[in-house]
Design a protein around this ligand. Structure first.
Ligand SMILES: [Zn+2]
Length: 236
């Protein structure tokens, strides 16, 4: 392996890490879906990541990180989340606008700037969408779609950070940390009632929202389709 990952490799490692954290199979197919790229393009990059020592592939094509690959991927993911938190908390940018900005900034950061940003965000532990800045330290949750009527929930995180989906979520009033009760859970939508607002989301969006719930349904990872596809597929 020759030094640091290229920008392109970094993008792939970051997406692989998302699949890994979400408990989804790390496969070329899921990667292609998540990045909305053609299979041959993804296949070529998987070969490169393997040659550069970031990943290995099993006989069934399942991808695993090498130690250095996992370290590199966690670093990229962590930096991304740190920048997002900096943009919302320090610069006051709305949380549905920071994901794309962070994508652009994360490649231009010096270690010194990163250190300063860490100091500036104080004790914030997650990105504004609820993902741990210390990558890998996820609080286990369940999809909102699985939660029974009448249950109390705390919104943990949004598993899909597609820009248009975040915009939709922001419009509904849902946000990480919100405490609410499930007052409707139908085929089409799930409705939450909090102290100061009522938030309704489509059932397919509720698949992408992780919560802790009381009573809690059994654990299940969100469906890969909902996690990785763009928002025009959300049935809105
Ligand atoms: Zn985020």
């Amino acid at each position: 392996m020759s030094g640091e990952a290229t920008v392109a490799e970094g993008e792939y490692l970051q997406t692989l890490y998302w699949l890994y954290e979400a408990g989804l199979p790390m496969t070329g197919a899921n990667l292609a879906r998540a990045m909305q790229l053609a299979a041959p393009t993804v296949h070529e990059m998987i070969g490169r990541l393997q040659r550069d020592g970031y990943i290995t592939r099993a006989g069934d094509k399942t991808i695993s990180f090498t130690d250095s690959g996992e370290r590199e991927a966690a670093e990229i993911v962590s930096r991304h989340r740190l920048i997002e938190r900096f943009l919302t908390d320090v610069l006051g940018i709305p949380w549905d606008e920071v994901h794309e900005e962070a994508e652009r900034l994360e490649h231009a950061m010096s270690p010194v700037l990163e250190q300063r940003m860490r100091a500036a965000i104080g004790d914030a532990r997650t990105c504004p969408h609820g993902h741990p800045i210390n990558a890998g330290a996820r609080i286990p949750g369940v999809p909102l779609a699985d939660v029974a009527l009448g249950a109390r929930v705390v919104v943990l995180r949004f598993e899909n950070e597609a820009e248009d989906l975040l915009r939709y979520l922001r419009d509904t009033g849902l946000e990480p940390g919100l405490e609410a009760t499930v007052v409707e859970s139908g085929e089409d939508r799930v409705v939450l009632e909090a102290a100061d607002r009522r938030c309704a989301v489509t059932r397919s969006v509720a698949e992408t929202v992780s919560v802790t719930a009381d009573p809690s349904p059994p654990p299940r990872v969100a469906l890969p389709e909902q996690l990785v596809l763009a928002a025009q597929r959300y049935g809105r």
